[in-house]
Design a protein around this ligand. Structure first.
Ligand code: LLP
Length: 450
């Protein structure tokens, strides 16, 4: 195994004390016996109690992040993007912290409303909303629906009586390239979402919506992409959307009261990564909006933002058990864990980088380069390429991956009939199970014929 001079990851700084900028929850602290405490509970202790793979969610981190958004943007509506991760507890936490919810399927919608999330604070997205989904949204009295395609306009209008109008926004494509990966870039043409401003599709859709007595057009929406760490693209989006709002006023005599900039706020995955600065975002976007509106004598619309990853991502830690360590004669080392692309498809899908550390035992060994791989039947099932881990890593060890709270479990699959992991919440030194592990019985129960 290649020996490196870097310290083993197990001794790397974690939590608020890490000057580099840490991907761990702020509560992360060294614990007894090489354990790592999150929310006051040892990750290894939780792994023993609930089994692995285990996703640990730091409730205080979610709440603090939600609160930080509310404080930074006191005059905006902050809607948590449920697609990052949703369960009933998560819905409770964001509701209690005063956020709204962005959902994009009847599943997310139903789960949230069943958990008691106020429907008026929910906004429904989706580029392919089915008639049944729209009916459910109406029946539950969802606050706002974002129109994403032409078929929806008539479909929704047909469901709505003019005396109980539905508040809608129109999703537009401002022609701004931003975000970490082409697969998640949505601010430019050539992708499936929204109505491009260039060429007039957006203006045409807006005119059609304004023609429908049952639809109350309250604003414009755009979503640029994911893992954006700079404020610049959002300022450009403000410019583009305000320009369009001015056109709408001049053409139709309507001043739209809301402007939704979507989500996409980047977080740290590796120590020292850039993240979107919330304070800078809040100040510069709010200022820019005020300036652009003043220039055109437009009433300043209410700002809406839809962060998902930045609320949930840093609150989650994935804990895996090492099942096999393979030292090749070529010097490569593979540590295979009991999860993989079924609980975290992001590395395989986007080549996303992650950091990882040993928890639950101290190691005096030097550092080695290790590929942390999953248990699935694909060579591409690599969770962390070239991780720096103790050279004496062995089966039975526990590995913890930070920044695991968003777009992992929500994109999890049942590949190889490996059930989805359990989810535990930690808070004030106590852990509680939120979602039990999926078992083969769950798969079998869905079978109704042979
Ligand atoms: N609003 C809309 C309309 C969205 O489509 C999204 C994410 C968000 C808000 C929240 O974006 P966030 O703040 O979480 O970045 N699976 C990819 C991310 C796809 C995001 C899709 N839309 C990943 O794992 O990176």
């Amino acid at each position: 195994m290649t020996q490196l001079t870097a310290p083993p990851a197990s001794t790397a700084a974690v939590g608020a004390h890490d000057a580099l900028g840490s991907p761990w929850p702020a509560s992360a602290r060294p614990g007894p016996g090489g354990d790592l405490l999150v929310g006051g509970v040892g990750l290894a202790e939780s792994a023993e109690r609930f089994g692995t793979p285990l996703y640990v969610l730091d409730e205080a981190e979610v709440r603090a992040r939600a609160r930080a958004y509310r404080r930074a943007l006191p005059h905006a509506d902050v809607l948590y993007a449920a697609k990052a991760f949703l369960c009933s507890a998560m819905a409770d936490w964001v509701a209690e912290e005063g956020l709204g919810l962005d959902v994009c399927s009847s599943g997310e919608l139903w789960l949230a409303v069943s958990a008691g999330f106020p429907a008026q604070r929910i906004l429904l997205h989706g580029n392919a909303k089915s008639p049944a989904e729209l009916r459910l949204a109406r029946r539950l009295r969802v606050g706002r629906i974002v129109i994403d395609g032409p078929a929806e306009i008539a479909r929704l209008a047909a469901l709505v009586a003019a005396d109980t109008p539905q508040k809608v926004l129109v999703r537009v494509v401002p022609g701004i390239a931003a975000g970490h990966h082409a697969a998640v870039r949505t601010g430019v043409g050539g992708q499936k979402f929204g109505f491009p401003i260039d060429g007039g599709d957006a203006a045409h859709a807006i005119a059609r919506v304004l023609d429908q007595p049952g639809l109350e057009l309250v604003g414009l929406h755009c979503h640029l992409g994911s893992q954006i760490t700079e404020v610049g693209p959002y300022l450009e989006a403000v410019d583009a959307l305000v320009r369009l709002m001015v056109e709408v006023r001049d053409r139709h005599g309507v001043e739209l009261p809301e402007l939704d900039l979507g989500g996409g706020h980047g977080i740290r995955y590796l120590p020292g990564d850039e993240e979107l600065g919330l304070a800078e975002f809040a100040v510069r976007v709010t200022d820019r909006l005020a300036v652009r509106c003043a220039e055109s004598d437009l009433e300043v619309p209410r700002l809406l933002v839809e962060p998902g990853r930045a609320v949930a991502g840093p609150a989650g830690v994935a804990v895996y058990r090492v099942l096999s360590v393979k030292h090749g004669s070529d010097g490569r080392c593979f540590a295979a864990v009991d999860g993989g692309m079924s609980d975290n498809p992001r590395p395989a899908l986007y080549g996303s980088p992650y950091s990882v550390r040993l928890v639950g035992r101290r190691s005096e060994a030097g550092a080695a380069r290790v590929d942390v791989v999953g248990r699935h039947c694909e060579a591409g099932d690599v969770l962390v390429r070239d991780a720096v881990l103790p050279a004496d890593l062995r089966p039975g060890d526990l590995l913890a991956v930070p920044a695991a709270g968003a777009y992992q479990l929500s994109m999890a699959s049942g590949y190889n009939l490996v059930g989805r992991p359990a989810v535990a919440a930690v808070r004030d030194g106590r852990a509680r199970l939120l979602i039990r592990r999926e078992t083969v019985e769950d798969f079998r129960l869905r079978e109704v014929g042979r």
